[in-house]
Design a protein around this ligand. Sequence first.
Ligand SMILES: [Zn+2]
Length: 373
Amino acid sequence: MAARWRRGTRERRRGRRLGSILLVLLLTGCVAGAGWLFWPTSAPPPETPTGDGADEPVAAAPQYVPSNDPPAAPLAPLPLDETCEGSAPPGAAQANADSLNTMSWAPFGRQEVGWTIYAPRIGAELATACGPGTTRFAAALAGWQAGHRLAPTGVLDGATFDVMKTRWTLARPFAAINARGECPNAPAQSGLSAARSDEVYGSKPAYLRPGALDAYRRLVEAARKDGVVSARDPRVLTIFSSFRDPAADAARCARDNNCQGVSRTICSAHRTGLAIDLFVAAAPGYGPDSSTDDNRRFMARSDVYRWLVVNAGRFGFVNYVFEPWHWEWTGEPPLPGVPISSLPQEGSQPLDQGAPAPQPGQKASPSKTHEVR
Ligand SMILES: [Zn+2]
């Protein structure tokens, strides 16, 4: 057992060394100034998030963020004895390697290119840390497809992703309630627990249901032990949005006649006291909640997101996959709800009910398609 553990540790170290070498090679091939790949040695002052799903970068002139994630690079440190060879349908690994950065599709209603953003979550679903271009990944995907009544091609496509997305949506109690046309009631603020100032991004206080805050703390502790939270960037896993009082959201929404689609939706997951927005990463020039593809890709490449998709479930947290920063605690149910139709609608935009697949012919704008949060 000890030998096995040591071998695994050696392999992981070797994997990390290999990763470091690849990174150095990549960097030497990049233009000068590509130092954004590294965590800042001293954290810049916190930016103020503009609200969930805001498509606007919080600072001007975002820098170019390359989309390349080498297809064979591990999604996470390889577990014991995992090799990235597998018996996959012929050509499947190559097809995945090709589509990783080129597939044109609209998984959440908005046109996207490639699927590097979702690769870590897909890998977690397949229980593999191997890169998307490996035969092990393709073999695992073929097995998953067969188990979900899909053609076992081993190639990621929109239909396969839709089935995964449905599973991920159904794992969110809030989304399931929302999909029935109901909206959970908000708890009284007096029953919520306040996060400590070192747990908060910026200075805005954060409140959560006590069980959710406890679970968050256990998660952070585990992430710290695993080395994905460190003094290198104290912003990592701090909270930038938590409980949001629906009355205040609705009042602001009506006053401005602008609900910003996702951030002030009439029934936000943030009303439950169970939803939490965590600082995962922010590409240069973007806020931690910018849903631009460059920023989400940047987050998806971070150690912490790759750790979260594998480990957060142990602490009861599930992710809204379009937003790497948005997590919901499932350890206690949301409060009983009311019909969404009974809520003030003024200034609001229609809700996506969390339906797994878009309706045929539906032409959805980003503001309408990813707001079950
Ligand atoms: Zn959120």
